[in-house]
Design a protein around this ligand. Structure first.
Ligand code: PBG
Length: 321
């Protein structure tokens, strides 16, 4: 046997390639800032901005044109408070943005919303704090359920609870169904780790978090626990389950894909983006190849859907080689 025979030319290699990354499987996470009149660069994520409503709409139209699956929208409110009240305000930035994007793209692109409070709270936690200063799971889940119904009403096709509160998926599903949104898809951040690789995201959403999220996000030391979280979310009605981050957790993506019979998404997070961009800026890595290899490795691990800040560029340019 000479395995090299099948590697002898580009056409030969393409014929036997086992995996590929298609635009239809990619979701672009986007940030939109309340009151912004110009897009604002995010220094730790070169090439990514906090959009104005206008540039967000245009980006969504480009994403649809490029054949992406969707955009995941994160709102950056002007004011934060202890309850994260901007999340439930009709004219809160995320709700406004969802309506604007859905009006722009219709059903040509999936409009996805982050169901979480950390962008809206002045303490930066993903939920409401109880009297003892810890995150109150059940009170938070009630707010998530109301947010999800609101997002669906604003046109979100997919709602994505990312706070890692227990019971969040069933609360969302029940509330959505009661409100008549039976077709709204729940994509659950099922196995989400307390990761250092979210660092740049915190700048992107102007998070005021001090401390950490270790009482609700998972310990990077654990693998079996991820399967329990994933199973619970599937039992509660998650249509898709997500693993996050992606690169340090390819084993978790793989085990999840082998274990469940719902589609699996993976989030190629801000720190994974920043590492490649920073190394490329210094000339230490071939940026385009590193991006393609990153996305391919996540697919090869078993992800059906990938959220990535490179999604649009990949679909427009890099994937076309
Ligand atoms: C929570 C949320 C976070 C990210 C997505 N949703 C931050 C966190 O959990 O601390 C991180 C995404 C990234 O790093 O790219 N709303």
């Amino acid at each position: 046997m000479r395995p090299r025979r099948l590697r002898q030319s580009p056409v030969m290699r393409a014929m036997v390639a086992e995996h590929e990354v298609a635009p239809r499987q990619l979701v672009l996470p986007v940030f939109v800032a309340e009151g912004a009149s110009e897009p604002r660069p995010i220094s730790s994520m070169p090439g990514v901005v906090q959009h104005t409503l206008d540039t967000l709409r245009r980006t969504a139209a480009e994403a649809a044109e490029a054949g992406l699956a969707g955009v995941m929208i994160f709102g950056v409110p002007e004011h934060q408070d202890a309850e994260g009240s901007g999340a439930l305000a009709e004219d809160g930035i995320l709700n406004v943005a969802l309506r604007a994007v859905r009006a722009e793209v219709g059903d040509d692109l999936l409009v996805m919303s982050d169901v979480c409070l950390d962008e809206f709270t002045d303490h930066g936690h993903c939920g409401l704090l109880g009297a003892d200063g810890t995150v109150d799971n059940d009170a938070t889940v009630d707010v998530y359920a109301r947010m999800a119904v609101m997002h669906a009403g604003c046109g979100a096709h997919v709602v994505a609870p990312s706070g890692m509160m227990d019971g969040q998926v069933s609360a969302l599903r029940t509330a959505l169904d009661l409100a008549g949104h039976v077709d709204t898809v729940v994509m659950a951040y099922a196995a989400k780790y307390a990761s250092a690789f979210y660092g740049p995201f915190r700048e992107a959403v102007a998070s005021s978090l001090t401390g950490d999220r270790k009482t609700y996000q998972q310990d990077p030391a654990n693998a079996r626990e991820a399967l329990r979280e994933v199973r619970l979310d599937v039992e509660q009605g998650a249509d898709l389950v997500m693993v996050k981050p992606a690169l340090g957790y390819l084993d978790i993506i793989n085990e999840t894909a082998r274990t469940v019979d719902v589609p699996v998404a993976a989030y190629n997070v801000s720190g994974e983006y920043a590492m490649v961009e920073a190394a490329a800026e210094r000339g230490w890595i071939d940026r385009d190849r590193a991006i393609a290899e990153t996305l391919l490795s996540i697919r090869r691990a078993g992800a059906d859907v990938i959220l990535s800040y490179w999604a649009l560029e990949y679909a427009q340019k890099l994937g076309r080689r």
